[in-house]
Design a protein around this ligand. Structure first.
Ligand code: ADP
Length: 368
């Protein structure tokens, strides 16, 4: 077969997937061992999908015509971009979860800063915006979703798949359902990796706009596993304003950068206390720390949530404030946080509203 036919055959093999999203690929030129292509239609200029799409084209060409050494994508502005293969990269094993459009990790440098409280209430506030939301409680050292959402057990598995519980309108899976409540958690790296993998890929999550992952505190195996297993769209770091928490939050932020996960910003929890009697505001754990690390590390301060008895009592009793006190000022803070988060994530992924190009990434590549 002559080289042009091989290239056209390779492009034909990926074309149906591109066309599913209203896009296409066009052969521009074959120049010795270099091929130039252009993504067209809806996929043209779609930033989130482009890397995946062009890598799929590269894989197809490499399979059909191994003599080709270089693939160049002609971008909408006419400039040229060399497409690098992802083989050998630590993130090459990432696989999107079927049906799940976005993944947001909620993390903290240390325990007890209210990470789960923020994760649960944020998930509920996103759901209140009309989104289909899942919550994966992957905090192996202190799973709290069962308590915070009042869930006793998961439904029975179906065909070897874990079925999430449905509570307060969320699809929920927690590592807490798989270990005795009073047993100490001593996990080695490979066990953590295996558990996280199961919770991501062996759960029947269904169609979700967003999966919130409540991470264990710290910078360890769970964070690395998550980064290697799925493309995480953004991480949110929760901290209190106290100096000790801030040191760890800073470390957490740096760690996410290292594992290629974009940090959307910081939520400062227990930021202040507003006296319900005299209305005086006291900065119990100091003040301004979240803003300071946000400034230092070029991150955004997404919200300041006060130390508040309603937030504590509602969350700890299984009916978090966002669902139990819909019109409260506390809920408004989480609604504002959800708006900020959603605006940020849909802005960073421009294809989201227009083309639903994320569907593309969920189609298993069958090339060669
Ligand atoms: P982490 O996930 O960081 O370990 P949790 O979310 O489990 O922390 O919260 C620890 C405790 O602090 C819980 O009892 C929770 O209700 C309480 N808490 C969290 N955030 C607040 C807040 N803003 N005001 C009052 N109590 C809070």
């Amino acid at each position: 077969m002559i080289i042009q036919d091989k290239i056209l055959k390779a492009l034909d093999s990926v074309r149906p997937i591109l066309q599913k999203d209203g896009g296409d690929v066009e052969l521009v030129e074959i120049d010795n061992k270099k091929v130039k292509v252009k993504l067209t239609g809806a996929c043209q200029g779609c930033r989130s999908a482009t890397v995946t799409l062009s890598r799929a084209v590269l894989k197809a060409i490499q399979a059909e015509a191994p003599e080709i050494e270089e693939l160049i994508e002609i971008l909408p502005d006419g400039s040229e971009k060399k497409i690098e293969s992802d083989a050998g990269s630590p993130w090459a094993g990432q696989k999107r979860i079927d049906g799940v459009k976005l993944i947001i990790a909620v993390a903290s440098g240390k325990g007890g800063v209210g990470k789960s409280t923020i994760a649960v209430n944020l998930a509920l506030a996103l759901k209140a915006k009309g989104l289909a939301v899942g919550l994966l409680d992957a905090d192996i050292y202190g799973p709290s979703a069962p308590t915070m959402l009042g869930i006793k057990e998961l439904p029975p598995p179906q065909s070897n798949q874990i079925i999430p519980a449905h509570s307060h309108g969320l699809s929920v899976v927690s590592i807490g359902f798989f270990v005795a409540a009073d047993s100490p958690m001593i996990w080695r790296g490979p066990m953590v990796m295996k558990a996280i993998k199961q919770f991501l890929h062996d759960v029947k999550w269904g169609e979700l706009d967003c999966l919130i992952v409540d991470m264990p505190p710290g910078t360890g195996d769970a964070q690395l596993s998550l980064a290697q297993l799925v493309p995480v769209d953004a991480a949110i770091i929760v901290t209190t304003p106290s100096d000790v928490a801030l040191v760890d939050a800073r470390r957490g932020l740096k760690m996410f950068e290292k594992v290629n996960i974009r940090v959307m910003g910081i939520v400062e929890n227990m930021s202040y206390f507003q006296c319900p009697h005299c209305d005086e505001r006291t900065n119990i754990f100091s003040s301004g720390g979240g803003q300071k690390i946000a400034d230092d590390l070029n991150a955004t301060l997404l919200a300041e949530i006060p130390l508040d008895s309603l937030i504590r009592s509602s969350t700890d009793s299984g009916d978090p404030v966002v669902s139990s006190s819909v019109d409260s000022p506390q809920t408004q803070l989480f609604t504002d946080l959800a708006d900020t988060v959603w605006q940020d994530i849909t802005k960073k992924i421009p294809s989201w509203d227009k083309f639903g190009c994320h569907d593309f990434m969920q189609v298993p590549m069958k090339v060669g």
